[in-house]
Design a protein around this ligand. Structure first.
Ligand code: F6R
Length: 602
């Protein structure tokens, strides 16, 4: 989604803004722009990647500037619609959506706009108030009071050459604190090369930033306390190193990221220590129902854990798409329900809106989040678990997924222990979890064998991913990954559903990936699915811990890591299949078309 970067200091702004925009590329975008503030404001824009910007056209000596990567919502991806937008004395970059932009246009007498964006309307509105009040902070305050929707903005004006003003409502803004220089960004990855000291702007806060100062104000323009936090991100995490894509790097980082999510939390004696969830003993005792909410891959991680948590806790566990939860009207039981919000970015608009809805309806809410200090992490009522997976740069999520599953398994074992359930079960979960990083390393060693088979599979344009039990959500995640990264039409189904309709699609050009489980009974049931597909001329890749079945066309064998974690080993294989096919097709693996990393619009 859209990204913001800004600099104010004594170095040439354009270089810093340019490299910040490159850092933001992982979020997905279709156009870019930079404004430098020297004697005059100069703006350059381009449709397409950052390297299409002609840096010679901006002021090389300017030491203040803002930049933006745009993911279109209002208006097509054109240079005119790209940010920064200037109107009158105001130049701004904007993330988010102004819902009432038509109304605002009327309010200020239908200004003559160049673009079709809601963002330019916001620039015109700020300019309108700036002309009458002659005070930029007041003008921004009035404009954002009028605006409905979401915004994260950075504003410059030639009247104040060494200053950027930022504001947020619903769309993140982080201020990076340097030595005689300061930075602004929509996420910290854009500034980690320069500083690890950050200030997270809160909703309805305005920040005034100069090279030597940061002042914060609330919506009544009262001064607010500035609290500086330290990032634990390391800028080295942002380099691909020996890998050909971030996706590959992040798949191979999983042994480390899985170790990180468990560090200090899982003991070899079976103890689980979680400091993040803020749940009293009586609140834990009262949990009768768990609701897991997220989008995309985060949702599938919750779906995986649903099967295991039901087994571990004997409770009703439901999983909801965040984009649907808000429109459901079923009775909720606040006293006994815990809602867990899953998000890598911690900023996904639908997940955030669902969190607010759940809180409004009185539920206890917890987060399982990768990005420290993100909005969802800060708004949950009962704390949660940080994944500590490091920055995930590839648009498609891989390491965050496996860490989310592990975080939920740890939480299940934690609640089981606190609720006084069978200690031998929590010990078994802990042991499986501790062995998992090594099991994943071993699975990754099979890459070349997986590549060989995947290359043969790349000729199929239509796929099914099939599994039962926990392997059904693993199939869902595998199918999403293949579709989004390798652009292959695929759907995931519980194996048993095939004969209720979808089998009509099977023919000799169709491939089914059948995830065969360890469990003897379920294994046999899946064999009938294999037979049904073969009888209709379909092709099947089986993946299991047993030798190849005669009927299967392709087969990959994996190691059995245990009942709670085994799905994650299948998942590693599916991740590697997608990587191999997208590589063979020479696709832009880290930035698939039409997608954005952090989906901050509903
Ligand atoms: C798929 C993918 C998306 C995200 C989804 C939620 O590979 O990355 O489906 O999982 O947009 O994002 P977060 O976890 O940031 O809330």
């Amino acid at each position: 989604m859209c990204g913001i970067i800004g600099y104010v200091g004594s170095r040439p702004a354009k270089e810093i803004i340019y490299s910040g925009l490159q850092r933001l590329e992982y979020r997905g975008y279709d156009s870019v722009g930079i404004a430098t503030l020297g004697k005059k404001i100069k703006i350059i824009k381009a449709v397409g990647p950052t390297n299409k910007l002609d840096l010679d056209l901006v002021d090389a000596t300017a030491t203040t500037g803002i930049g933006h990567t745009r993911w279109s919502t209002h208006g097509k991806p054109t240079e005119t619609n790209a940010h920064p937008h200037s109107y009158g004395l105001i130049t701004l970059v904007h993330n988010g959506i102004i819902d009432n932009y038509q109304e605002l246009k009327e309010k200020i007498g239908q200004p003559k706009l160049k673009s079709q964006t809601d963002s330019e309307v916001l620039a015109a509105l700020i300019d309108h108030y700036y002309n009458s009040k002659n005070n930029l902070i007041e003008a921004i305050r009035l404009a954002i009071s009028d605006a409905r929707g979401t915004l994260g903005i950075a504003v410059i004006t030639k009247d104040h050459p060494n200053q950027i003003v930022v504001a947020r409502r619903g769309s993140p803004i982080v201020i990076g604190v340097g030595d005689k220089q300061n930075f602004v960004a929509s996420d910290s990855s854009a500034i980690v090369d320069h500083t690890s000291k950050v200030i997270y702007l809160r909703d309805d806060q305005i920040g005034l930033i100069t090279p030597n100062s940061v002042e914060l104000f609330d919506m009544k323009l009262n001064s607010q306390e500035v609290s500086i936090e330290t990032l634990d991100n390391n800028s080295e995490l942002l380099d691909k190193g020996q890998y050909s894509s971030f996706l590959e790097k992040e798949i191979f980082e999983q042994p480390t990221s899985l170790g990180n999510v468990m560090r200090g939390r899982v003991g070899s004696d079976g103890s689980i220590v979680l400091g993040g969830p803020n749940l009293s003993q009586s609140e834990i005792q009262s949990i009768k129902r768990i609701l897991i909410i997220g989008c995309g891959t985060a949702y599938y991680a919750g779906y995986y854990a649903r099967y295991e948590l039901e087994k571990i806790l004997g409770l009703q566990v439901t999983v909801e798409h965040a984009s649907e939860f808000r429109y459901r009207h079923g009775a909720l039981e606040p006293e006994s329900t815990l809602a867990i919000f899953m998000s890598q970015s911690g900023e996904t608009a639908d997940t955030l809106a669902s969190l607010r809805e759940a809180k409004r309806r009185g539920l206890k809410t917890m987060g399982i989040i990768n990005t420290v200090g993100s909005t969802i992490a800060r708004e949950v009522s009962h704390g949660g678990i940080y994944l500590h997976a490091g920055i995930e740069s590839s648009v498609a999520s891989t390491k965050a997924y496996s860490s989310m599953v592990v975080a939920l398994l740890m939480f299940g074992a934690f609640v089981a222990y606190k609720q006084g359930r069978d200690a031998s079960m929590t010990r078994k979960i802990a042991q499986e979890l501790l062995a998992l990083p090594n099991e994943v390393s071993l699975a990754l060693e099979n890459k070349s064998q997986i590549d060989k088979i995947a290359r043969k599979l790349s000729k199929y344009d239509n796929w099914f991913f099939l599994g039962r039990g926990t392997l059904y959500p693993v199939a869902q995640e595998g199918s999403l990954k293949l579709a989004e990264v390798a652009y292959i039409n695929s759907q995931a189904l519980p194996s048993g559903e095939m004969k209720h309709g979808p089998i009509a699609l099977v023919d000799k050009k169709h491939l089914s990936v059948l995830l065969l489980p360890e469990d003897q009974l379920l294994y046999k049931k899946n064999l009938s699915t294999l037979e049904e597909i073969k009888a209709r001329g379909g092709n099947v890749l089986t993946i299991s811990s047993r030798p190849k079945e005669k009927l299967s066309d392709f087969h990959l064998e994996l190691a059995y890591s245990g009942e709670y974690t085994n799905g994650l080993i299948y998942n590693v294989y599916l991740q590697l299949i997608t990587l191999a096919i997208a590589t063979k097709k020479s696709l832009n693996i880290d930035r698939p078309r039409n997608l954005a990393k952090s989906v901050t619009v509903e």
